[in-house]
Write a protein that binds this ligand. Structure first.
Ligand code: V47
Ligand code: SF4
Length: 386
């Protein structure tokens, strides 16, 4: 490979030797490296760790409410309390009915997250989680973020340690990565509407990991932050992961600008998105997986991301999450069948592997033949006609 500078050559040598890059080197990558250089490095790491394997799972989302006490400026999803009649607030029974509507369906995970409201307190949630587990013990419950936990523990006057212990006991298996946004107070204070701080977010994950549990991490990028803020965010995650090893997956979330208070900002370009995936893969040497959340990034960029460090595409969710459709993602009705997701992965020469939440392999779809497989004829990337 031809390098633009001695620094590029030495960063590549580090990556090949599986050595960690510094914050200064990460800043160089964001500011000066070409997309093709970043792709080569990130793909080298991805293929060393996972070969062509590309993971996905079968999950559904349960969103208790879209009414929220907080006022995050990037959020297109929530309705303020004073306009609560425009939103939904499910009761315990309604939520259990939603879970029951998946009885007999081939799903391994329920992802539960939504707005923050006083009636959804620690008692409500522990009852909800234990009822779900009682009904369907093998269903993996991936629930709530430090945003909700910080609020409900404070309200119940229990410490984070005691609260997380009760949450674990009630049946929560893992924690999703949401609510991280940008940790740096300079940005967080402007966008995160008064919710938990970056330090509190990290502390709650740390306690969860100390209880022997796993979680994910996200970063909301492409709004008012700069590259130093992104590196600060990645650095805090890398440090905590050194300490606990409890994170499974890092999920960069591209800011979408429809129907929120930051609609005047333009969205990041696909090139910027791919750069961000690649640098995340290169920098986070202690994270096993990098996920592209396809309902948010769109199917085409999700396919491209598989050459820029990404090895996971989240799930075959049906239309149960409203977060991104309300924020203007091109995925207006984010549903993909297993067959469609498998074909999407195959068309870019990767191997589709269905996993459970903890990355145990459920089904290797590499050579799987679907009954009505009218599209797939090999590793080709021809457009699909219906
Ligand atoms: O925390 C909200 C983001 C997150 C917008 O752990 C927005 O497996 C872009 O964390 N533009 C929630 N992003 C979603 C989330 C997630 C999704 C998929 C998988 C996992 C996992 C976690 O959505 C929020 C916030 O950062 N968000 N509004 C917006 N306008
Ligand atoms: Fe509420 Fe979450 Fe939206 Fe912030 S991002 S306003 S905490 S629903």
């Amino acid at each position: 490979m031809e390098y633009k500078s001695a620094l590029e050559e030495s960063i590549h040598a580090k990556v090949t030797a599986e050595e960690r890059i510094t914050d200064e080197e990460a800043l160089y990558l964001f500011n000066s490296a070409s997309l093709s250089y970043l792709g080569v490095l990130a793909n080298e790491i991805r293929e060393k760790r996972h070969g062509n394997n590309t993971y996905f799972n079968k999950n559904f989302h349960l969103e208790p409410t879209n009414v929220c006490l907080y006022t995050c400026t990037f959020c297109s999803y929530s309705r303020l309390i004073k306009k609560r009649e425009e939103g939904w607030e499910y009761s315990m029974d309604e939520m259990l009915d939603i879970v029951k509507s998946y009885d007999g369906k081939d799903v391994t995970e329920v992802h539960i997250v939504g707005g923050v409201l006083p009636q959804y307190d620690l008692k409500f949630y522990t009852e909800l989680f234990s009822s779900i587990k009682k009904h369907r013990p093998e269903l993996h419950v991936k629930a709530l973020t430090p945003v909700e936990y910080h609020y409900i523990f404070k309200k119940a006057k229990v410490s984070y340690e005691e609260g997380m212990r009760q949450i674990k006991e009630s049946g929560v298996d893992s924690m999703p990565g949401g609510g991280a946004e940008i940790f740096h107070a300079e940005i967080r204070d402007q966008i995160a509407g008064g919710k938990c701080s970056g330090e509190e977010w990290l502390r709650i994950h740390e306690i969860w990991h100390e209880l022997g549990q796993r979680s994910n991490a996200t970063m909301l990028y492409g709004h008012i932050e700069n590259y130093e803020h992104r590196i600060d965010h990645l650095s805090k995650l890398r440090q905590l992961q050194d300490k606990t090893g409890g994170f499974q997956t890092f999920i960069p979330l591209k800011f979408r600008n429809k129907n929120n208070q930051l609609s005047h900002l333009s969205e990041s370009t696909v090139i910027e998105d791919l750069k961000n995936y690649a640098i995340s893969r290169i920098y986070l040497d202690n994270f096993d997986h990098i996920k592209a959340y396809w309902p948010m990034i769109g199917r085409d960029t999700a396919q491209l991301s598989l050459s820029f460090g990404v090895d996971d595409l989240d799930g075959t969710i049906d239309d149960t999450t409203k977060i991104y459709t309300m924020a203007g993602s091109e995925e207006q009705s984010p549903t993909l069948t297993t067959q469609e997701l498998v074909q999407m992965i195959r068309r870019v020469g990767r191997k589709p592997i269905e996993r459970d939440t903890l990355y145990n392999v459920m089904t290797d779809f590499t050579d799987h033949e679907f009954e009505d497989d009218k599209y797939y004829k090999g590793y080709i990337s021809l457009p699909v006609s219906n």
